[in-house]
Design a protein around this ligand. Sequence first.
Ligand code: UDP
Length: 241
Amino acid sequence: TKGKPKYKRIVLKISGEALKGDVTGEVIDGSILQAMADEVKKVHELGVQVGMVVGGGNIFRGQLGEKYRGIDRTTGDHMGMLATAINALALMDCLEKNGVPVRVQSAIPMDKVAEPYIQRRAIRHMEKGRVVIFAAGTGNPYFSTDTTAALRANEIQADVIMKATNVDGVYDKDPAKHNDAVRYDELTFMDALKNRLNVMDSTAFSMCMDNDMPILVFSMAEKNSVIRATLGEEIGTIVHN
Ligand code: UDP
């Protein structure tokens, strides 16, 4: 793939759920990890600075812990954040085996397994060509990894958040339920609000809107999706002010 990247610095947000193997049933599926590493490697090779946020939903979600097991929400959210760290380490290992240098920075200090999150150091790593994976969410309960992506993207002054989901963009209605659903190529934050379109949770969404941080919603299932998005090719839905 050739071309000039549209973005210099991106934050790629991957849901934890996406790591789960449909076929194998593995919590972290090796072939999915590899496919993600392939995608990231291509943009890294272009010289694009990459920060990543990975969810933890394949392992644990605080809200569901409360609902189904009566686990206190704050405790459950701590468990969820630890789950994201597990995923971050898996991604780190796979990326490095593919020749991409990585640093994991955790919002919850765990100095044997990851660096602490330090904004200036994260930027420095990226300038030196290291992919930084932001683990343990924001470090706070009652937040999400979408909010983490919004927060980190603003902190490190990324050009865009790329939110990889299982849907290839934002639709006017749920494409799983309506076969006449129409996908937007482009959308303003205001129109997304007015039409109650689900882009990110409201905390993450308003943080992006208030700070002028565009969000590209797309599916990583398609090969070369991340590089195509980085080159500014038409893919997914871009949400901006
Ligand atoms: N979480 C949290 N604070 C954060 C980020 C995440 O408490 O800043 C917890 C929360 O319990 C959440 C879980 O970590 O359910 C996993 O994150 P998320 O649900 O965002 O993962 P995804 O849906 O992307 O897999």
